[in-house]
Ligand binder design. Structure first.
Ligand SMILES: Nc1ncnc2c1ncn2[C@@H]1O[C@H](COP(=O)(O)OP(=O)(O)OP(=O)(O)O)[C@@H](O)[C@H]1O
Ligand SMILES: [Mg+2]
Length: 378
């Protein structure tokens, strides 16, 4: 029997909603999960055994290793200590360290894309004010300035449209190592999710269209509207290169800007991704199930969409559960987190038979969700 024939003990670094949905996919397949997270009651603790300790706690890492046949992670800033301790204990960590290598630093990530022939927006690094001014001159306004490390949900970013915004942006993010990127006047934001098994089988879900507000993902439409075989082929090729270059095992996401017939890579997430949450109800095999299949050595499942669907993130506050569930095709996901502004608390997935029916149902959900997405507002 192969490794994928047995139930596995899965360790998860990080107990947020991604870890929770990984565990929720693992349970029906007979696997058991243990999560390491320093928080008192992280979302994953509802569905997995919880080791409460810092990620570099030696005793907790020994316990995690003893409780796991394989360890995966739900966030990219995994430090060297857990990776080293788990390797010493002989427990495989999947995806492996090579998948994390180029995610630490946005400059390195962009250079990695370029090295693989994946186009990006023009960019220049800067740490001092003089370098910042030189980078602005090189790239040309408008730009998006990002801290090279630790950004998420648009944090550590400043948009500069006109010269008068420059000092403000520097006051906000200056001082840390930065990357200055050309601001892309994209037609649409898209993402592609792929999964690779340990023996190199690669599958892709259909391209998804994403809407962000204030740097946070609000809505994903899957498959994207006006789907295009040319764009699918381009995106599949990009993500295949990334999966193979890092010898990745598990799910990997790539965020893209569409400009006409071209795609530019924004950033990758070498893990399950928010823009793939629709796959739980909307695809034959969800990103979480295929991630679990990949890391446990099982064959991958079909990634086709079952029909058109939309994912709406619930940010800051939750709408009325019963009112959402009264809408046909709507599925409610509550991560069990305490409410705070800008925090992802859950999502709703809406399925329908046709795009028209979907638009009508999405409209009804949007009326219940605060903040709704005001059209044309960033
Ligand atoms: N070069 C750019 N041109 C135009 N828009 C951009 C650019 N870079 C970022 N944005 C906008 O800001 C959003 C967030 O940027 P990015 O994905 O780099 O940040 P993040 O903080 O890592 O977000 P997350 O981790 O939540 O995806 C993008 O999805 C896009 O809407
Ligand atoms: Mg992003």
């Amino acid at each position: 029997m192969s490794r994928g024939s047995h139930p596995a003990r899965i360790g998860i670094l990080g107990g947020g909603q991604l870890g929770r949905m990984i565990a929720l996919a693992a349970i029906p397949m007979g696997h058991r999960c243990t999560v390491l997270d320093p928080a008192e009651a992280p979302p994953t603790a509802a569905v997995a055994r919880h080791l409460r300790a810092p990620y570099d706690d030696e005793a907790a890492l020994r316990n995690l290793a003893a409780a796991s046949d394989v360890v995966t992670w739900e966030f990219e800033n995994v430090s060297a200590t857990p990776l080293a301790r788990l390797a010493e204990a002989g427990v495989p960590v999947l995806p492996g360290p090579r998948s994390l290598e180029h995610k630490v630093d946005r400059l390195d990530e962009k250079l990695f894309f370029r090295g693989l022939g994946i186009p990006t927006a023009e960019f220049a690094p800067a740490t001092t004010r003089a370098e910042f001014d030189a980078a602005l001159a090189q790239v040309g306004l408008p730009v998006v300035v990002k801290t090279r490390r630790y950004g998420y949900d648009g944090k550590g970013q400043a948009h500069i449209e006109i010269a008068a915004d420059i000092d403000d942006a520097w006051a906000r993010v200056g001082g840390a190592p930065l990357i200055v990127e050309k601001k892309i006047p994209f037609d649409r934001e898209l993402s592609i999710l792929g999964v690779r098994s340990a023996d190199g089988d690669v599958r892709f879900w259909p391209l998804v269209e994403n809407v962000h507000r204030g740097g946070i993902l609000r809505r994903s439409t899957a498959p994207m509207e006006r789907d295009s075989p040319e764009l699918e082929a381009l995106a599949d090729d990009f993500i295949r290169r990334l999966l193979e270059a890092t010898d990745h095992v598990g799910v990997l996401a790539l965020e893209l800007f569409q400009v006409g017939g071209a795609l530019l890579a924004n950033e990758m997430a070498p893990r399950v991704h928010n823009s793939g949450h629709w796959t739980i109800e909307g695809a034959v095999t969800s990103q979480f199930e295929n991630h679990v299949r990949a890391i446990t050595g099982a064959p991958l499942g079909d990634t086709a969409a079952r029909g058109p669907c939309v994912l709406i993130n619930l940010i800051g506050t939750l709408p009325d559960r019963a009112a959402v569930l009264a809408i046909p095709g709507a599925h409610w996901h509550d991560y069990g987190k305490s409410a705070s502004p800008g925090r992802k608390l859950g999502h709703v997935t809406i399925l329908a038979e046709s795009r028209e029916e979907l638009a009508e149902r999405v409209g009804r959900v949007e009326e219940l969700v605060t903040p709704s997405i005001p059209e044309g507002v960033d």
